[in-house]
Design a protein around this ligand. Sequence first.
Ligand SMILES: Nc1nc2c(c(=O)[nH]1)N[C@H]1C(S)=C(S)[C@@H](COP(=O)(O)OP(=O)(O)OC[C@H]3O[C@@H](n4cnc5c(=O)[nH]c(N)nc54)[C@H](O)[C@@H]3O)O[C@H]1N2
Ligand SMILES: Nc1nc2c(c(=O)[nH]1)N[C@H]1C(S)=C(S)[C@@H](COP(=O)(O)OP(=O)(O)OC[C@H]3O[C@@H](n4cnc5c(=O)[nH]c(N)nc54)[C@H](O)[C@@H]3O)O[C@H]1N2
Ligand SMILES: [Mo]
Length: 767
Amino acid sequence: MSASQHPTADPEPPRKLRRLTQSAPPNQAVGATAVLNSMRHIQAQAGLARGTKALLRANQKGGFDCPSCAWPDPDDDRSSFEFCENGAKAIATEATRKRATPELFAQHTLADLAAWSDFELNDAGRLTEPMVLDAGATHYRPIAWDDAFALIAEELNATDPNEAIFYTSGRASNEAAFLYQLFVRQYGTNNLPDCSNMCHESSGAALKMTIGIGKGTVTLDDLEHTDCVMVIGQNPGTNHPRMLTSLEKTVKNGGRIVSVNPLLETGVKAFAHPQKLSGLLGVATPLQSLHVPVRLNGDLPFVKGLLKCVLEAEAAQPGTVVDRKFIAEHTEGYEQLIAALAEVSWPDLCQQSGLTVAQIREAAAVFISAPECITCWAMGLTQHHNAVETIQELVNLHLLTGKIGRPRSGLCPVRGHSNVQGDRTMGIWERPPPPFLDQLDAEFGFKSPRAFGYDTVEAITAMHEGKARVFFALGGNFLSASPDTHYTAAALRRCALTVQVSTKLNRSHLITGQRALILPCLGRTETDLRNGQPQFVTVENSMGVVHSSEGKLAPASPHLLSEVAIICCLAAATLGERSTVPWAALAQNYDLIRERIERVVPGFDKFNLRIHQPGGFYLPNGVKERRWDTKTGKARFTVNPLNPLKLEPGQLLLQTFRSHDQFNTTIYGHNDRYRGITNERRVIFLNREDMRERGVEPQQPIDITSHFQGETRTAELFLAIPYDTPKGCAAAYYPEANVLVPIGAKANISQTPTSKSIVITITPSTG
Ligand SMILES: Nc1nc2c(c(=O)[nH]1)N[C@H]1C(S)=C(S)[C@@H](COP(=O)(O)OP(=O)(O)OC[C@H]3O[C@@H](n4cnc5c(=O)[nH]c(N)nc54)[C@H](O)[C@@H]3O)O[C@H]1N2
Ligand SMILES: Nc1nc2c(c(=O)[nH]1)N[C@H]1C(S)=C(S)[C@@H](COP(=O)(O)OP(=O)(O)OC[C@H]3O[C@@H](n4cnc5c(=O)[nH]c(N)nc54)[C@H](O)[C@@H]3O)O[C@H]1N2
Ligand SMILES: [Mo]
């Protein structure tokens, strides 16, 4: 057992079943149901007046950036309703009238609260005051802000900087993120893990190595006017619903959509536009013209198949498919790629992708015949052991055909959290590039540490091994979002101090170090007054556009501080005279922070001026001009081995994904409308034949055991759901299934937990 005094709090959500109903997944997404659902959430949480005020400011020029996903806003042509059902839920959950006050903490022990579901924890409402958990205590009690900062400062100053960990979730603004990494580096460490380590790290790593920039290369306009969009390993209908508006435009402009996914997700079947009368009446635009039902983790062999088809088509009609001029001028490694492709056999590709040659050829025909093509992807590609290799293979496909770095063609990793991309641009990174540190040091007159810090998984392991003793989180829900829930819980419990800067109650507040703090902060939707002056912050979306975000609602409590203010107060308290940074001045006027960002981070010239351009500005992206910031100045073809996971007889592969009623670990409700699930989250979607072979009945309660290097982990009590998923492939929701993700199961290079390919067996529940 760990050194903690609060071992009774359960790190897992309660294992209780609800009354589930299953129906056939609908044939179209959004429409009137989505609008009704949005308003239902807004009314229940925020009330109509406050909620509608917030909704009307979402993603408007001069308004706030929707706190949900990172999908970009149109450069022009914004409707007054630039929001979606899930954006509305994210706003409702932040703008809620419910409050998690000191009285709530006085009434409940940590162990009591841990018996609440994730839905109930979030539904307690907004946190209102700083709270502390003293060593040995069973309840949090209120603490004054200054005392909280003094407590953290004292602990940090008694700690070797490399034994402190500073996590960031992707909602932090550019201003907050910039100051946070500056504080952490002046304190003396690069231990800056972030949610990106569990998210698009594989994309960043693959793209940086091959095309020289770890970001996407297209604009929204490119996407809406291209001839083919391949959506691979992504569920936009739920996780980036405004992308459907863009895909509808692509289709109306004559483009085709190919979806590559083990599941036929409702969001890409057909879209009824919620802002048009026709859409509200249920008239939907069919979106995908082809669905490729790849097996889980079958994408690398699938893309290799596409590459082989490209070479065959080129051989049949030389000079028409492979872009030889582009390859000669801009790339290296072509010969090695061709030689390696000759070695792989169709039977291997088919067996490993779960597709037939005909299915691969059909997808290849769409890609090849489209003059311009964009590939979009998300977690379905990034969370596998060979995620980096798979994404590099996609890069090969675009390089071979020259479909990159020109209008309407390119690569589009679709980011998750609304500012996760901006946080990285601001230096939230455990492996900072030396030129960034040189600029930072020059601007602030100090020497930042050069040794790399811990990423998320390394941070958990370090805490577990007693090599780290303070854990500080700027947002997020580290316990529930991380892999291997019980291992992570034990790791956090070994810390002397854990601190969470948060808006809502979550399980990370309940599984703590010896002492713990909750520091409640303003959300995106709220006015941020400093010295009586309203401040705005900035964010960067998935397509590299930086724009402002200014909340308009009254803050949830008079005691809340902005993230910027919290970081400045903490830095001043911790570093005192040691710091070269005017923390108090920066906290009063965010323009001063932006001046500093401009002098440190490339691409932010005239930041305070250009941020007032309607819609913001694009950051420079060399790939759009076919400049490659790689070692040799060329884009790189790579050879990526086929390295499939080997399953023993009886084993299945499990992916952990999102329902339509959650934002990561924030649970809005118990339904998953687009998959026909009502009122239950403890479900496991299974192939019907897999169920029959195992004698499992629909809705039978089963336990799931994961297998990794001789270790097993078990998640109890999930209802079996027969579903259209390829044989051998199962799915369950995150975070309930995170207990199954082994801490040691990481992607090569990016170290991202392999949350989309967990080897499991299933057995009838005995509990
Ligand atoms: N409403 C809402 N919006 C969100 C979020 C949310 O939780 N709720 N989360 C935000 C965040 S942080 C992120 S990162 C994004 C996540 O956005 P997504 O990546 O869309 O999220 P997931 O639910 O993890 O869905 C993964 C999809 O990939 C498919 N998939 C799984 N494994 C494979 C595979 O091996 N190959 C292929 N081809 N497909 C596969 C799944 O069937 C599923 O459709 O969304 C962001 N937006
Ligand atoms: N098994 C499995 N695990 C996964 C994934 C998966 O697909 N499968 N996905 C991974 C991915 S892609 C990601 S990005 C991570 C997400 O990991 P995190 O970002 O750590 O988790 P969230 O659930 O988004 O964090 C929710 C909490 O953030 C706080 N919050 C909300 N808004 C604000 C704000 O404005 N400021 C501050 N300070 N706090 C705020 C609230 O208190 C809320 O409870 O999870 C990863 N974990
Ligand atoms: Mo994410």
